[in-house]
Design a binder for this molecule. Sequence first.
Ligand code: FES
Length: 559
Amino acid sequence: MASLNKFSRTLTQEIHNPAAKAMLYGVGLTDEDMNKPQIGIASTGYEGNTCNMHLNGLSVHVKKGIQENGMVGLIFHTIGVSDGMTNGNNGMSFSLPSRDIIADSIEDVVQAQWYDGVIAVVGCDKNMPGAMMAIARLNRPAMLVYGGTIRTGQYKGKKLDIVSAFEALGQKFAGTISDEDYNGVIKNAIPGAGACGGMYTANTMASSMEAMGLTLPNSSSYPATHEGKKAECLAIGAAMKNMLEKNICPRDIMTRKAFENAMTIVMAMGGSTNAVLHYLAIASSAGVEFTLKDIQDISDRTPLIGDLKPSGKYYMEDMLAIGGVPALMKYLLKKGLIHGDCMTITGKTIAENLADVPDLDFEEQKIIHPIESPIKASGHLQVLYGNLASGGAVAKITGKEGEKFEGIAKVCEREEEVIEYLEKGEIKPGHVIVIRNEGPKGGPGMPEMLKPTSAVMGAGLGNSVAMITDGRFSGGTHGFVVGHVTPEAFDGGTIALVKDGDKITIDAVDNKLILHVSDEELAVRRAAWKQIPSEHTRGVLRKYIKNVSSASEGCVTDL
Ligand code: FES
């Protein structure tokens, strides 16, 4: 099979640069290989964390599938920062920027090496949206392979995952866990390879990118260590060959309707707030008009029906037994909640892919609720506006914690102060914890607040306090939380002006975030406000601060 699509480079490259061909002979290609399509395989593998530790191995299977289908597969690497490692420390500032570095690096290699197609092997929160941004920019045949969810850990008969470790810390502060049990939880929470096991950010992005048609069916449902994951990697070659032959490109798949399908799955399954940020950014890369208002519209029409962690009971590994994400998609398609006519990487539409998928069995399985008796009648992600968030904020409210909270501000200038105040017992029921200076520029990098939210939960305050921030929340966060407050404190947003004792209303029914301080008083406070200068004067975070857009625009860096 010769190079088949409009990016075919073989002859042109030779005319302009004979060294390129010479170099390909040097890496082991044969005369016959020279006329084959070249597929870049972007691995985000990395030994240092469980989300990405197995991805280099999966990439080798992907390469095998590519070679078996008459193409040349060439593995290259990009980075994979794990939020399991960065949460609660300064490393978190580098996490969201890594998404854009991943996007840039895949775009860079594929453009520079003129690959006919690209396959990204991804397994953690940022490498999935980063890869999606890259393939949208490149718009040449491309697909994603998800590394798969982790299995649950076990300690004293209880199932554990990464969030258990953070919540154990809160129990330690509250004095409700022994040292032995604390260490038992930490040692057993993470049993091996795979992405964090609840409907946290990685599984949220994996499920929704499958719903977008960018992976083979069931990619998000096979755990990392399941045999099906290897089979998926091997099957990718035939799918790529078909895409090349039909010249199916990402923007044929990443349409406005496909973004709606992706966010519908996020809402139905109780996914992470980070999906809002990422799909705004991916849509921007794909040239698709998709805004916070569109996300709110999807939330309004989509019931929360997935009883999955962090607010629910089940883990992603449980989904496979009930038919996986395809079974859920088929149900949503029947109910008219997703579009069936969107193209996918199989060369078939969503509806065609789902035609032979068995229906969900509501007698047997309890993970997905019937739409007629949902966990919450509308989506758990709500976009709030008000004098505290004139540019918008994103609330994650499943209804279990109520839909309205009125309380008194307890201001934390940084995430670390929450832990300090908790240790001193200064956070009380009725407080709205305001964590500021954690936005895209002020953080910088809009850190996730998993450590404070888990510590609050662990301290038994989950039902009696709320939290708002210009930072983000981990997909593992649950409780009454509002993030992405825009404008951020660094830019002089109202969140910078809040004082201890101010009254705050969070209303997820009328979608309001209100600081009950008069305009006159706010004007006085604003006149006295001074921007805190950033300590980052060079390097990657300096570049990020200079380029990043607001959370309401997806924190993109290439506008
Ligand atoms: Fe990588 Fe959770 S930190 S998937």
